[in-house]
Design a protein around this ligand. Structure first.
Ligand SMILES: Cc1ncc(COP(=O)(O)O)c(C=O)c1O
Length: 286
């Protein structure tokens, strides 16, 4: 079946979608993006994703060319013509647009390039949830403004590749002795029954999955603290999880070749993954 993308106002087959070589996204990685999970045809936590898109756009001085309702209409239509009621993933990218000649300096009245794609969701294998995953720690060598969901992902790409090349799934990034997040995920730990996640800062991406988990904890009166996690505390944790829109909540059972806790997914993860699935169902019904 043909996969359709939305490109600058048109719905076209993915293999016919073309962008200029002078697009600043292609030349400079000058743009931002969002990844939105879609459950049974409904875009999940869309308001959180749209707020974060606006924060990213403001930070890089690109004017949002569309109203939130228009974004939602386009996303809903793209879901309808591609995956219907299935679970899917929306990838939305906005670059500063096409320049006349290659130049670092940009004009503020450029027309952004908008690309939105919708593809079937690829869930992590069941194994990842029953056995957990391996992660390794790495120095965070990214720039200082990681709160921007920039398409310029070269450090993240290399950090993730390093993990995979070393028999792990994710790199947990350490900056000034603190565990910040993964190369494509946020970080949670559990110590003595208390859930902890590093607080929002310019050095990490405020994950929407992270926000949903904190909301669930607050609704259910489960203690969850937004507080820094030192590298030592990470190694000493009873449970470690990574979270993202496409992975949801994944238990980490090996950290730098050592077992996390008992070396199996822990009870708090079990509780939260069940609550997360219930929350998804309840939001989809409302
Ligand atoms: C660096 C980074 N941190 C955190 C996340 C998790 O964000 P979200 O839960 O919104 O998917 C991602 C997702 O891709 C990411 O790339």
């Amino acid at each position: 079946m043909t996969n359709f993308v939305y490109l600058n106002g048109e719905y076209i087959p993915a293999d016919e979608a073309k962008v200029s070589v002078l697009d600043r996204g292609f030349m400079f990685g000058d743009g931002v993006y969002e990844v939105i999970p879609v459950y049974s045809g409904h875009a999940f936590a869309i308001e959180g994703h749209m707020d974060r898109l606006q924060r990213s756009l403001d930070a890089v001085e690109i004017k949002n060319p569309l109203d939130i309702q228009v974004w939602q209409e386009i996303i809903n239509h793209l879901i309808e013509i591609n995956t219907g009621n299935q679970d899917a993933m929306i990838y939305l990218q906005l670059t500063r647009g096409v320049m006349e000649k290659r130049d670092h300096v940009f004009s503020r009245d450029m027309q952004p390039t908008i690309l939105i794609m919708c593809q079937p969701m690829e869930y992590p294998s069941q194994d990842k949830n029953t056995k957990g995953i391996k992660v390794i720690t790495r120095d965070d060598n990214r720039w200082a403004d990681c709160f921007i969901k920039s398409i310029n992902l070269l450090p993240n790409v290399l950090l993730k590749q390093f993990a995979v090349d070393h028999d792990a799934v994710e790199s947990i990034l350490i900056r000034d002795g603190l565990a910040i997040e993964g190369s494509a995920s946020n970080l949670f730990i559990v110590k003595d029954d208390i859930i902890r996640t590093p607080p929002i800062s310019r050095h990490m991406l405020g994950g929407i999955t992270r926000e949903v988990i904190l909301k669930i904890c607050s609704n259910e009166k489960i203690v969850a603290r937004e507080i820094v996690v030192t590298e030592d505390e990470l190694h000493d944790a009873d449970e470690v999880w990574i979270t993202s829109s496409t992975k949801e909540i994944v238990p980490v059972t090996t950290l730098n070749q050592h077992k996390v806790g008992q070396g199996v997914p822990g009870p708090k993860w079990q509780q939260l993954i069940e609550l997360y699935q219930q929350y998804k169902q309840s939001v989809m019904r409302s």
